[in-house]
Write a protein that binds this ligand. Structure first.
Ligand code: TA6
Length: 313
C-alpha cells in the first residue's frame, strides 16, 4: 500500500483575478473555489487519478477537516486521518492573469498534541509493512519538532517502506539523515540546504547531489520549476529533464503533482527515469490548469512527446 502523510493538512481557497495583482490597488476578485491543500494529499490525488491504491493520512482539525475529506472523496482518495480538536488550516492561492506564477499564503496550522502524536505512531506501527511506500510531503505543523519528525521517518524505515520526502529547511536536514529512497527539494529549498544561492549553471548542483548520494540518500530529484529538473540516481547516473512549453495558469501544487507522478511510476514498474518523465508531463498539465490538484490525461500524452532528457553523467 502507498501511504501519503500530510502532517499539516490544508484546504486551499483559490482566488482568481482577471487582472494582474497590484499593491496599493483595489484588486477585484472574479471568483474563488476550494480545492485540496497539500502537500502529500496532492500525491494521493495523482495516484487515485491513475487508479493506484493509496491512503491519505496525517492530521486534520475538527473544524474544516470534513471539507478536506469531502474534497479528497471527490478525487476518489481514501483517507484515514487522525482527528484533533482545532481548525484545519486554509491556504490562500491568488491566481491572476499575469502568467508570472501564483501567490501562496498559508496559515501555521493547529498544534499537534501528545495524544494525536501517539495515535499517528500507533497507526504507522499497525499499518505499515515491508514493501509499502510512505510519502512525507509538506511542512510539519506546530507540535512536531525535528525529533518527532525523525521518529516518524524511523518507524517508516523500521517497517522497511520506501520513503519519499518533500519538505524543507531543518526538516529536510532531518530527513536526509534517515536515508530516504528519494528527496525532492525545489531550487530554493536545495540552495538553502547547501547555503549557496543564485545558481544558474546545472553543473554547479552536481557535486552537492553526489554528496547527498554518498551520505545515504538513494535518489535526489531537484525540481527547477519551468526549467525542469535534475535527477541523481543510486547508480550515480545524473540526468537533466526539460519540460514541455506550456501556458502557465496556476503553479501552486506543481511540485506535489510531480512527486505524485514519480511515486506512481515507481509503483508501476520501478523505473525512476521513466517515472520522472511522466511526472514532468503530469506536473505541466497541473500548472496549465487553475486548480491545485489533478491533471488532464490527453494533455499529458501530448506533453510527453515534448519532454527532452539529457544524460549529464
Ligand atoms: O504545494 C502547494 C501546497 O500543497 C498548497 O496546496 C498548500 O496548501 C501548501 O502547499 C502547503 O504547504 P506547506 O509547506 O505549508 O505544507
Amino acid at each position: 500500500m502507498i501511504y501519503t502523510f500530510t502532517l499539516n493538512t490544508a484546504v486551499d481557497r483559490i482566488i482568481y483575478f482577471e487582472e494582474e495583482l497590484e499593491r496599493k490597488k483595489n484588486n477585484k476578485i472574479s471568483r474563488y473555489v476550494y480545492d485540496v491543500g497539500g502537500k502529500a494529499t496532492h500525491v494521493s490525488i495523482i495516484l487515485s487519478q491513475l487508479g493506484i491504491d493509496n491512503i491519505a493520512t496525517g492530521f486534520i482539525g475538527t473544524e474544516k477537516g470534513e471539507i478536506l475529506t469531502e474534497l479528497l472523496g471527490k478525487y476518489n482518495v481514501k483517507s484515514e486521518f487522525i482527528v484533533q480538536e482545532g481548525k484545519t488550516r486554509e491556504s490562500f492561492i491568488l491566481v491572476d492573469n499575469s502568467g508570472k506564477g501564483s501567490f501562496m499564503i498559508t496559515e501555521k496550522g493547529f498544534t499537534i498534541n501528545e495524544d494525536s502524536y501517539e495515535k499517528i505512531t500507533g497507526y504507522m506501527n499497525q499499518k505499515l509493512k515491508n514493501g509499502d511506500v510512505a510519502v512525507f510531503a509538506g511542512s510539519p505543523p506546530p507540535g512536531i519538532d525535528e525529533e518527532k519528525y525523525r521518529k516518524l521517518l524511523r518507524i517508516a524505515n523500521e517497517k522497511e517502506t520506501k520513503l519519499f520526502i518533500d519538505c524543507s529547511g531543518k526538516f529536510l536536514k532531518t530527513a536526509i539523515n534517515e536515508n530516504p529512497f528519494l528527496i525532492k527539494p525545489n531550487k530554493d529549498e536545495f540552495e538553502e540546504f547547501i547555503s549557496k544561492t543564485g545558481i544558474n549553471d546545472e553543473n554547479e548542483y552536481i557535486p552537492y547531489m553526489e554528496e547527498l548520494l554518498n551520505s545515504g540518500v538513494k535518489n535526489v530529484l531537484l525540481s527547477l520549476g519551468k526549467d525542469g529538473s535534475m535527477l541523481a540516481m543510486e547508480n550515480r547516473e545524473i540526468y537533466r529533464i526539460y519540460p514541455p512549453k506550456i501556458k502557465e495558469v496556476n503553479d501552486t501544487g506543481a511540485g506535489d503533482s510531480f512527486v505524485g507522478g514519480v511515486v506512481a511510476g515507481i509503483a508501476k514498474d520501478g523505473d525512476l527515469l521513466k517515472a520522472v518523465k511522466s511526472a514532468t508531463a503530469i506536473s505541466a498539465s497541473k500548472v496549465a490548469s487553475g486548480m491545485s490538484s489533478g491533471f488532464d490525461n490527453e494533455e499529458v500524452k501530448e506533453f510527453l512527446k515534448e519532454i527532452k532528457i539529457k544524460k549529464l553523467k
